[in-house]
Design a protein around this ligand. Structure first.
Ligand code: IVH
Length: 662
C-alpha cells in the first residue's frame, strides 16, 4: 500500500511540474502523448485505490460535479474597478493627484497589461486550492470552484507557509481558443460569442465544469491577499511572489520611476498588442508601495492609487464593395465582405468575415453600405454594424452552387450554414488536410496552407490518407521545397503516426466530434473498430454523447468513402487502439451515500471523491433509498432521520475500512 501511495504521489508531483511547464511557462519538456500516458497511469492507480486519491490531484481537474445553482459568496475585501484615463493628459492628471496626495514623497508605479477577461478570486488553504469566486458586483460574487479547477494554469497546490491566502486575477480566453470555439459554434448552429471576454465569462459561469474544461481558459494573477490585505509590501514583490509560487503572471510589466516611463510602456504595448496571444484593452498603472496605496485610499468605486489607461477601440468606417463566399472543411459556405481598403491602427484591412446568411440579415447589410469594422488581433476583422446605407445597394444571395467546385449547396433546417455537399470539393479537401495536420489534432509541423494548396492543386493529395504516401522525392517537385524541408516534413508525418486514438478520431473531422468527445468515445469503446461498428444506442451510452453526436458518428461510419479513409489510415499505421478504459463499477457501485457533520481527517469534498471513485453516489438528503450515512462531528438532523429510516451509519474509519475491502 505504501508503495502505491508513494507511486501516486510521485506521479502527481511529475504531472504538476509538467502542467506548470506547459500551461504557465509555455515550455513543455515532454510530448502531449507522454503527458497523457502519465495522466492515465495516475488515473488508473487512483481509481483502483481510491484511498490514495487526493482532491488536489491533477486528475481531479475535471472530476467535479455540476453546480446545482448559483451560490453567492462575499469577497474578503471588495473587488473594485478602476477609473479610466483615455489619453496622455488624463494619465498625467492622475499622476499629479498621486504626487499631491503623497506630499512630495518619492513613489514608483507598476505598469502591467490590462487583460480583457473576467476577474476572479481564488482562495487557498494550507497550500491547496479551495474556492474560486467571480467578481460579481465587487462585493458579492458567484462561486465557480469546480469550473475554475479545470483551468490548467491555476495551480491546485502551492508550496507556501501561509495558512490561507487569496489570489486575484483575470480569467481570459486566448484568441486561438476563442476562434476555435466560435468555429465550433458555427458548426452547431449556435450563436457566436462577440469577443474573447464574453466567451471567457460564458465559459466560467456555467453549471457544468466539463464545459469550462473544454474551453481552455487561462488565469493570470495580479493580486495576492492574506486576510483581505495585500500579502507583500509592494505590488512588484507580490507579482514576483506569485510567480515564485507557480501562478501565471503576465511577464510584460514594468517598474516605472515616473509617469514618463509608464506612458512609454503604454505606447509600446499599444503598438505591440497584436503580438500577444490574448486581447488587452489597455494598461493598468498602480502605485507600487502598499503603504502609499493605503495612504491614497479609495473613492466610492475605485482606488486612488491605480488607473486604467484605455486604448481606443480599433474601429474604422469603410464601404462593402462586394461579398465573396469561402468554402470550409465541412463544406460550410462563409460569406466574406470585400471592403474598400482602410487603415485600422496601422494595418490595412480589405476583408471582414460575415459568418453566415443570418448574420448578414441581423446586420441588415447590403453591398454598397458603409460599415463599422473592428480589428482585434489575429481575429479576422469583423463588421460591427451598418454605419450608413449605400446610395446603390445590392442584396446578397447565397449561391446555389459551390463557388469552388460547382457542387450543390444545401442549407439544412435549423442550421445557420449553407454547405457544399460534394465530398470531393477541393476547397473542402484543403481545409480537411489543414484540420488533420493542425496542432491539437495530428500536429504535423510544416504542413501549412501554402503547401496544402500545392499538394491538392497538383493532385499529389486527393484524400487525407495520401499524406502518408508522400515521400521526399514527391515533395521536392514542389515550389520552394528543398531536400532538407522535404525530409523534415516526411519525418513529422511519420511521427504523427504515434498520436493516440482520440487524436486520430478527431482528425477525421466527424461533425460534433472535437477533442473531448473523441477522448470520451475512445475511453468508452477502446478502439476505432468498436466505435465504427457501434449502433446508435451504444454510442449514446458513452458519457456526454447525446443523440445529435451519436447520429453524426453513426452516419460517418456508414459512408463508404469514410470507411475507405479509415482503412487506409489503419494501413498507414495510425493508432487504432486505446489502452485506457475508464474502470466501470467499483466496490460501491449502486450504493447511495449521504455525508453529514465534520469528519476527523477528510474534508467533505475528499470523502465525496473517494466514494465516487469507488463507484458510489453521494446525495444531499436522506431517504429510504440511502444506503449509508457517513457521520462526523455535529451531525445534526440527518443523523436522526437516518436512525428513523434505519439507514446504516458509518464513521470515517468505517468508511475507510469499506473502501479498503473494495
Ligand atoms: S487591478 C483595485 N490589474 O480591469 C484594482 N485589473 O477596470 C482592480 N483587469 O475589474 C483591478 N487586467 O477585471 C487590474 N493587470 C490588471 C488587470 C485588471 C485586467 C481588469 C479587472 C478589473 C478591471 C478594472
Amino acid at each position: 500500500m505504501k508503495e502505491i501511495t508513494a507511486q501516486a504521489e510521485k506521479l502527481r508531483e511529475d504531472l504538476r511540474r509538467h502542467e506548470y511547464l506547459y500551461y504557465v511557462l509555455d515550455q513543455p519538456e515532454i510530448s502531449d502523448a507522454d503527458y497523457d500516458t502519465l495522466m492515465r497511469k495516475l488515473q488508473q492507480i487512483e481509481s483502483q485505490h481510491p484511498e490514495v486519491a487526493t482532491p488536489d490531484s491533477p486528475t481531479q481537474r475535471v472530476g467535479g460535479k455540476p453546480r446545482e445553482g448559483f451560490v453567492k459568496v462575499r469577497h474578503s475585501a471588495p473587488m473594485l474597478s478602476l477609473d479610466n484615463a483615455l489619453n496622455e493628459g488624463e494619465l498625467r492628471d492622475f499622476d499629479r493627484r498621486v504626487r499631491d496626495l503623497l506630499g512630495g514623497a518619492p513613489y514608483r508605479y507598476v505598469a502591467e497589461l490590462k487583460m480583457d477577461g473576467l476577474s476572479m478570486a481564488a482562495h487557498y488553504r494550507d497550500g491547496r486550492f479551495e474556492q474560486a469566486v467571480t467578481r460579481g458586483d465587487g462585493v458579492v460574487g458567484e462561486e465557480v470552484t469546480e469550473n475554475a479547477r479545470t483551468i490548467r494554469s491555476l495551480p491546485l497546490r502551492v508550496k507556501t507557509s501561509l495558512a490561507a491566502f487569496e489570489v486575484r486575477g483575470e480569467t481570459v480566453m486566448n484568441r486561438r481558443a476563442f476562434e476555435r470555439l466560435n468555429a465550433e459554434r458555427d458548426e452547431r448552429g449556435l450563436s457566436r460569442f462577440a469577443n474573447p471576454r464574453n466567451a471567457a465569462a460564458g465559459s466560467l459561469r456555467v453549471l457544468e465544469p466539463q464545459i469550462t474544461a473544454s474551453r481552455r481558459l487561462d488565469f493570470y494573477t495580479y493580486f495576492m491577499l492574506a486576510g483581505g490585505r495585500p500579502a507583500c509590501e509592494t505590488h512588484w514583490q507580490a507579482l514576483e511572489e506569485l510567480t515564485r509560487l507557480g501562478f501565471k503572471v503576465n511577464p510584460h510589466r514594468k517598474l516605472c520611476r515616473n509617469v514618463e516611463e509608464a506612458l512609454a510602456f503604454c505606447a509600446e504595448w499599444e503598438a505591440r498588442r497584436d503580438e500577444l496571444p490574448f486581447e488587452i484593452d489597455g494598461v493598468v498603472i498602480k502605485v507600487d508601495s502598499v503603504e502609499q496605496q493605503r495612504a491614497l485610499a479609495f473613492t466610492a468605486k475605485a482606488p486612488r492609487w491605480a488607473i486604467a489607461y484605455k486604448y481606443p477601440a480599433r474601429q474604422a468606417v469603410t464601404t462593402v464593395e462586394g461579398i465573396e463566399v469561402q468554402v470550409g472543411r465541412t463544406g460550410a459556405l462563409t460569406p466574406v465582405a470585400r471592403l474598400k481598403p482602410v487603415e485600422v491602427s496601422g494595418v490595412t484591412v480589405s476583408r471582414a468575415t460575415l459568418h453566415n446568411e443570418d448574420e448578414i440579415a441581423r446586420l441588415g447589410l447590403q453591398v454598397g453600405d458603409d460599415v463599422v469594422i473592428e480589428r482585434s488581433g489575429d481575429v479576422i476583422p469583423k463588421v460591427v454594424r451598418v454605419h450608413a446605407l449605400g446610395s446603390y445597394r445590392k442584396q446578397f444571395q447565397m449561391p446555389g452552387k459551390c463557388p469552388v467546385c460547382g457542387g450543390n449547396v444545401v442549407r439544412e433546417e435549423g442550421e445557420a450554414a449553407s454547405r457544399c455537399i460534394n465530398t470531393n470539393c477541393s476547397a473542402r479537401l484543403k481545409e480537411s488536410i489543414l484540420h488533420f495536420s493542425s496542432r491539437g489534432v495530428m500536429n504535423i509541423d510544416g504542413l501549412g496552407e501554402a503547401l496544402v494548396d500545392q499538394l491538392v492543386d497538383r493532385g499529389l493529395v486527393e484524400s487525407v490518407a495520401d499524406i502518408y504516401d508522400l515521400t521526399t522525392e514527391k515533395l521536392m517537385t514542389l515550389e520552394r521545397m528543398g531536400p532538407k524541408s522535404a525530409a523534415n516534413l516526411v519525418r513529422n508525418i511519420e511521427r504523427s503516426k504515434k498520436n493516440p486514438l482520440p487524436r486520430v478520431l478527431s482528425s477525421l473531422g466527424i461533425r460534433f466530434v472535437g477533442e473531448r468527445t473523441a477522448e470520451l468515445l475512445a475511453e468508452e469503446f477502446g478502439g476505432m473498430d468498436a466505435i465504427a461498428t457501434a449502433g446508435l444506442e451504444d454510442l449514446q451510452k458513452a458519457q456526454e454523447v447525446g443523440p445529435k453526436v451519436a447520429e453524426s458518428v453513426f452516419q460517418f461510419f456508414r459512408e463508404p468513402r469514410n470507411r475507405e479513409l479509415v482503412d487506409r489510415l489503419r494501413a498507414a499505421g495510425l493508432q487504432f487502439e486505446y489502452q485506457y478504459r475508464r474502470p466501470k463499477g467499483g466496490p460501491f457501485e449502486g450504493l447511495i451515500f449521504v455525508l453529514t457533520g465534520a469528519l476527523p481527517n477528510l474534508s467533505r469534498e475528499e470523502a465525496k471523491r473517494m466514494i465516487e471513485g469507488a463507484g458510489g453516489k453521494v446525495t444531499g438528503s436522506i431517504s429510504k433509498n440511502t444506503n449509508y450515512l457517513v457521520a462526523g462531528e455535529d451531525p445534526g438532523a440527518k443523523l436522526a432521520k437516518a436512525r428513523q429510516l434505519g439507514v446504516q451509519i458509518l464513521n470515517e474509519a468505517q468508511l475507510m475500512e469499506l473502501l479498503k475491502i473494495g
